[in-house]
Design a protein around this ligand. Sequence first.
Ligand SMILES: O=C(O)CCC(=O)C(=O)O
Length: 284
Amino acid sequence: MSGKMTDVQAQYEKQGYLTSIPILSAEELQQARDAFALLEKEFGKDYTSYSLHNVHMEYDWVMALTKHPRVLEVITTVLGPDVILLDSRFICKYPVSKRSPAKAGDSNDVTAYNQESEAEKSMSDQNSDTGLPYVAWHQDMKYWGLDGGPVVSVWLALDDSLEDNGALQVIPGTHCSGLLPHRPAKRAGNMLSVNQEIPEELVQKENSLLCPLLAGQMSIHDGLLVHASDPNTSERRRCGFVIRYVPAAAYPIQDPERPRSFPATVVVSGQDKYNHFSKQRPEL
Ligand SMILES: O=C(O)CCC(=O)C(=O)O
């Protein structure tokens, strides 16, 4: 990322995303993975798959990831010097059985999938409605009642995130389409808490691109970029840390379509002369 930052900015503005940006050193990656393994042990994998929300407020190592100098170098290039961390969440897709995806306690069990016959596999490949965790096509802004500036989402890989374990997919340029309609997702397994999706007739899947990442790399995407991810059909975990940033000038709005509170904001770069979010922070 060093060198011509203006090119980086231009590319981001045109495509709405950037990918394969190296962030963590081997040592930093190992430390983050070890710390995440402790959370898995403490809370269990059903919990760590999607419920580690805003834990940057609880764990110093998570807060350090949100302020990682390489992350902030990219984010300030895109958003300017004054940046607020809006929200964070680990999104972890564990390898699961294709036959009993929803069964509690099965979340790391690949045995049933491995035992499927080739014929069964090809049948189930044709049927995308497996119920396995996936992320439906959506725009992040659908979930954020905000105005006054863009949201940038970081996807920081703690594991290699590839096609077979459900890497992020994006549709370049769609951040210029405005906010698209969303509806309740039709397929079971959507990990998004509000369970929405953009209707398929509005999603130009033929233009979609996979964003494969090696562990320690990140991608970033604009809050209006259409993106999704498929189930993890591999035997490997796919864990990512998603961090949302806004310029300090952004402000929360009351939009019944996009209700949201922002209790865990942090000024991560520069100054916050606006204090738009400080009222939403709990008193300490
Ligand atoms: O982790 C995923 O597969 C999806 C993440 C996502 O939707 C996001 O970062 O906004």
